[in-house]
Write a protein that binds this ligand. Structure first.
Ligand SMILES: Nc1ncnc2c1ncn2[C@@H]1O[C@H](COP(=O)(O)OP(=O)(O)OP(=O)(O)O)[C@@H](O)[C@H]1O
Ligand SMILES: [Mg+2]
Length: 611
């Protein structure tokens, strides 16, 4: 977590990136009618506001000073009408902003969600889940906010300044030119101050989290610190951090305190100019009292929007950094995707051939080199071998979660990259090493691979894997909730449900990677028996560490460091007296030895009769 926040804070200082900014703006394109309505409302509101100030001037000059009641009435009527319009406009743009923000965030999240499903496993290998989550949640939020509330504040500000300037120029252009000078001044002060304030606040916050982390580490490691006599060194490091924190906080406070007086000073300069030049002009007769009043109004009206815009500008820089990260996610091209003209095929039953397949997850670490394997239609192939041998990798390639980096995989004589991913995946039944369930009921999870399965079919499949008894023992049997990711179930139970899911899907190719590794041996052997009928005439890949479960496979390959060391049936391999033999006898022996020693323990603990 802390790693990511530091990462984000540093990125804040990257300079303004125009291309990303334009791309950020383009997110509003599909909603242009709302944007147009919003801009219309905001422009109207700003001009009405500026005109109201002008009307105030006329009220003084034309009605109050000369005592003209007709003028008073007509101005008051205009005033009332404009106030109603103004309120309608304000309602309009706030309402539109709310809707627009919702739509933009929805669009972004939907787009990312779809994209995340398309991305290949290799992307997830390289990218931490936490990173992706922050992109989908906080970054999209920030982008949506800046595109709506940020846009609102800044357009309102800009329009307020523009309309104010127009009216000032109309009243007295010389004075207007002097007063307008304070706009850039205010802007510079506001942005510069904000930059410094944010910088020191962030520094203080970051140092604070380092101090917290230091505390935690110190408390956890206090024995080591003492034992190694490192107290002084630790204290020294702590001192550096606290003084850095003090310094940053002090500077943040200094710049924050200075900000408002600076703004007031500049505004005072503007008002001073109005009083001095305007006052002088009234004596000459080129300026009215109402005019001076209006000028003061315009200057105060500008002060706030400029500060707001400086804030929005800071937020915009952050939003651009967010957008950059979100776009990097949405631009990531899946490594595995359909080739143009990929064929939809009804069936992928048939011979499967791995032809000189090379594969690596990381370029410097090849997992498979010139790997060849031919699996006959309907064959049950078992893969055994030590951890890290590449068993799951073969399955990953078979499922086309990854594609070979060299060589080909042929299904029915056809390179599988010429077949659509959908055709392949819809005919595969996969039980992965780490079972995953989705929150919902057991029934939903079982049906995941075949949504149209009837209740009877669901139950039948559950009986094959033996999970039916367990499910019926639950309070709400098939309608029991499994919790998020299946947390309410044990790993073994999750495996059984994933297995049932694959059985129910009735796929042409069944793939089981340690499908029952967390299930007790008794249950496993029961499953084994019913699965045997299921595997007849169905191409099946089984990976298992417990060799008893694969004895009946048509063929067993022993894999080591990505290479096939031995291949044959259980009997053939035993006869070879090679790796398989030693693996098997070792397992068998340890099981037998366990049985023997258990039997021995039981017999020694038996009470001697007659005592
Ligand atoms: N996503 C990945 N990214 C990088 N390297 C990986 C990845 N998955 C596996 N590897 C590496 O590839 C090699 C083969 O791994 P694989 O998962 O195929 O082994 P396995 O035979 O299934 O082992 P196990 O019996 O432990 O499941 C290992 O060296 C492993 O470190
Ligand atoms: Mg594995």
């Amino acid at each position: 977590m802390s790693e990511y926040s530091t990462f984000e804070e540093e990125e804040f200082y990257t300079s303004f990136d125009g291309r990303t900014f334009l791309r950020l703006l383009s997110l509003m394109k599909p909603h242009w009618p709302w944007v147009a309505g919003f801009l219309f409302c905001i422009t109207s509101v700003s001009f009405i506001e500026a005109y109201l100030t002008f009307l105030g001037a006329r009220l003084i000059d034309e009605a109050i000073i000369p005592g003209n009641l007709d003028a008073l009435r007509s101005i008051m009527i205009q005033w009332a009408v404009l106030i109603v319009l103004l309120s309608a406009g304000v309602f309009g743009f706030i309402y539109l902003t709310g809707i627009l923000g919702q739509r933009i965030r929805y669009d972004l999240r939907k787009r990312l969600f779809n994209h995340l499903q398309d991305l290949s496993f290799s992307y997830y290998d390289k990218t931490p889940v936490g990173w992706i989550m922050s992109r989908v949640t906080s970054d999209t939020m920030r982008m949506g906010n800046v595109l709506t509330w940020g846009l609102l504040d800044s357009t309102w500000g800009i329009m307020a300044i523009i309309s104010g300037v127009i009216f000032m120029l109309a009243i007295n252009w010389q004075l207007a030119l002097v007063v307008i000078l304070i706009v850039p001044l205010l802007w510079i002060v506001a942005t510069e101050f904000r930059k410094r304030i944010i910088k020191y606040f962030r520094l203080a916050r970051r140092t604070n989290s380092q101090i917290t982390a230091n505390y935690a580490e110190m408390i956890q490691g206090v024995r080591v610190i003492k034992a190694m006599a490192r107290e002084e060194k630790t204290l020294g490091e702590f001192g550096v951090l606290t003084s850095r924190m003090y310094d940053a906080s002090y500077r943040a406070a200094w710049w924050s305190a200075l900000f408002l007086p600076a703004v007031q000073l500049i505004t005072a300069f503007g008002i001073g100019a109005i009083a001095w030049y305007g006052g002088w002009q009234t004596t000459v007769g080129t300026m009215t009292i109402g005019g001076i009043q209006a000028f003061v109004g315009y200057v105060t009206m500008m002060m706030f929007p400029i500060q707001e815009m400086a804030r929005v500008y800071a937020e915009l820089q952050q939003a651009i950094a967010s957008a950059e990260r979100v776009f990097s996610l949405s631009d990531a091209v899946p490594d595995v995707q359909d080739r143009s003209g990929a064929a939809e095929v009804e069936s992928i039953a048939g011979e499967i051939v791995f032809e000189n397949v090379n594969f690596h997850y990381e370029p410097q670490k090849p997992v498979l080199k010139q790997f060849n394997l031919r699996v006959a239609p309907g064959e049950t192939l078992a893969i055994v071998g030590p951890t890290g041998a590449g068993k799951s990798t073969i399955i990953n390639l078979m499922c086309r979660f990854y594609e070979p980096t060299g060589g080909r995989i042929l299904i029915n004589g056809r390179d599988y990259t010429e077949i659509s991913l959908h055709s392949i995946h819809s005919q595969l039944g996969i039980v992965l090493q780490t079972p995953h369930l989705f929150s919902g009921t057991i029934r939903d999870n079982l049906r995941y691979g075949r949504m149209d399965a009837t209740n009877e079919e669901v139950i039948e499949a559950a009986k094959v894997t033996g999970v039916h008894v367990f499910i019926m023992a639950l309070e709400e049997d098939y309608d029991s909730q499994v919790g998020e990711g299946g947390v309410l179930l044990s790993t073994g139970q999750k495996q059984l449900i994933s297995l049932t899911r694959a059985v129910l899907a009735d796929p042409e190719i069944l793939i089981m990677d340690e499908a029952t590794s967390s299930v007790d041996t008794l249950t496993e052997s029961l499953i084994q028996r019913s699965m045997d009928t299921l595997m007849v005439d169905r191409t099946t890949f089984i990976i298992a560490h417990r060799l008893s479960t694969i004895k009946k496979a048509d063929r067993i390959i022993v894999l080591n460091a990505g290479e096939i060391e031995e291949m044959g049936t259980h009997r053939e391999l035993l006869k070879l007296k090679g790796h398989y033999y030693s693996l098997y006898t070792k397992q068998f022996r340890s099981e037998a030895a366990a049985r023997e020693s258990a039997a021995a323990e039981v017999s020694t603990q038996q009470p001697v009769p007659g005592r």
